[in-house]
Design a binder for this molecule. Sequence first.
Ligand SMILES: Cc1ncc(COP(=O)(O)O)c(C=O)c1O
Length: 411
Amino acid sequence: MEIDQYPIEQIREEFPALQRIERNHFVGFFDGPGGTQVAKSVIDSMATYMKNGVSNLGGSYPTAMETAFLVDEAREYAAVLLGTEKENIAFGANMTSLAFRISRAVCESWEQSNGNIVVTEMDHHANIDPWVTAARTKNLAVNTLELDCETKTLDLSNLSKIINEETKLVAIGLASNAIGTINNYRKVIQRAKEVGALVAIDAVHAVPHFAINFKEIGADFLFCSAYKFFGPHVGIVAIDKDVFNELNVFKLKPAPREAPNKLETGTLNFEGLIGVTEAIRFMANIGNGNLLREKLISAYKKMKSYENYLADFLRKSLAELEHVKVYQSGADVPKTPTISFQIENMEAKLVCHYLAQNYALHLEYGDFYAMTLVKKLNVKHGGLIRAGIAPYNTLEEINRLIDALKKLKEI
Ligand SMILES: Cc1ncc(COP(=O)(O)O)c(C=O)c1O
């Protein structure tokens, strides 16, 4: 797709928040990895549901039946998004809660002091700590796939030692929310499957940027969060059918015993689920095709080429600024359009404050819960400054950011 054919104006019109003005500028929202802005159709669908009369599930009156239909529809849409069937999709408050909940259930079947689990130094801690906590409960060893600080990729040179015959579970992210590196997850999953380990995939940072095919990836659990792709705060997990059926979750006695409902404690966030459907529909409508999946794949292609165009321009411009240090893997490593950097001798918080106060640019700083990675890279001055590019960002916003960083040097 030619960049000038990307319907940026049309897409921007779909986001009410992009009308926000601060300091005489339209706000440049660069914290998509922390949570994208929400599409108007998502907001409207949630409000409409609540205005039209809400209900819990199970009733035989119209609002209850409508709610049941809408929950089912959300499951169907999430399944198409992730490349699986709706029976394999469960919802929760957010990714972290789902991971903790599943980890408690998974470790029920682990024998005391028998084996290990594997986590990475690249991941957000939401895909580390639930599994490490579970391993501690059963006194299992924790092996680690280390970050290579030079290449800023995972060091897979000892893969067959780290993931071995004793491994019960491997947890790995598809892409880093801190530096954008897309991991060589296929190689890791292949090894995990060779030894019969379960695989937990964090796709929270990946789903906003590239199409996921759960079946093809071959994982047992795959997590994402709708607020990272224009939707509300709802966590989603896809689970392998057999693993799901076997999963012995903590549940209330009268609650459903069958997958997927058995994982969904209490009453779901119905209005949130309606927002999930609408967020996926919104993405699909950026693409072309007849079937939902077809439209989504086409949409991802368009969004990706536009985001990469902006990201490449930003990377190139940052490389020309001597006082800016970018933390990213090499050109041969695939990356999301998430670019983290530091300004020489400046506190990250001050830089972000300056960008917001003077240029209405919203960038986040810190470790973004990828705490191990940021520590290992020895990042000082309060952490990384992260520019996350979303499909609604513009070249003007990127230029504004570059100008602001140039001026920072003069100040
Ligand atoms: C890569 C990644 N994994 C997991 C999470 C946690 O997601 P949630 O907020 O839905 O628990 C985040 C949130 O920023 C993330 O970026």
